[in-house]
Write a protein of this length. Sequence first.
Length: 338
Amino acid sequence: MLRQLAVSIATLIALSHSQLARAEAWFEVEIYVFERQSQTTEQWPNAPIATNTHNAIDLISPLVAQVVTPMGSAAPPCTLVFDADANSHCAEQLNADGTTVDNFNSDGTSAPAAINTAATEYRYPSTIPSEIGNNNTANTSSGADARLLPSSKGQFASIISSLSRERGNRSLLHMTWQQPMRSKSGAVPIRLFAGKDFSGTYHFDGRKIAEQALNEPMLNADGTPMPIPTVSPVWELDGTLNIYLNHYLYIETALNLRKEGRKLMAVENTDLAATTPQPKVMTPYLMAIPLEQNRRVKSEEIHYLDHPEMGMVIQIRKMAQPSNPVGQDAGVAQTVQY
């Protein structure tokens, strides 16, 4: 009797896990990010907000960048661009269709994408186009964490047209993709970056690169030029968008908008003693303006994230679940309000 009961319980648990795996919901996400000119007197942080991009899904690089050379397997782990945790110029290993390589935990649930030592190095254009779309119309790959859609699948044409007519607004990024919705612990953020690359003029922390450093090559002891180091892009818009389920849908933004401005800074003068106060002058500086929000949303509704210097329009739409998805996160099988 006890043995039959144990078998019954095991069967119920197996069926429960199977149902949980099938419960993973896929949604279509469309975003539009724009810059606005304002006369705000708000003071912004001295440094960009931290954006952890180690495990973020990058849908943009395969479309806009040129692959340079595969990095050797002995290279240290790396991420796509500079963030609070790393300073390298790499991208995660990609499948042939542009999706990230899938990783799974020992229990079969999907794990965040690993940092690949045999990554692909990209060379980026000086400016990223605001319209990002994938012309590959193949169905979503089984087990893929996200799939970029063609621009024609977007539904924000009238919204973009209306906002673009407002004086001072400028489009930064518009894209549409499909992704599974998971619990916060299993959700993988989407990497967002767009606009101009300021790395040729400014350091990531905002300081202007000295003209001497721009024009004079570094020399070895024997007088030969040193190799030019790879510089990570400093994008005009840069950060992540994370969408997850916790009974309701939630969106988290961690974005930095970089704008050229001026800041009162000390003048570096090696002739003055270290104890002598350094004079301060207004100096060119790359401001970092944060868009950092966490908001509960409903599917199908169009949501607007307001900000004095920029705005984001986002809609999360229900869609049919791809056939035979794998790597489910059983943690999202809960009573949810979409």
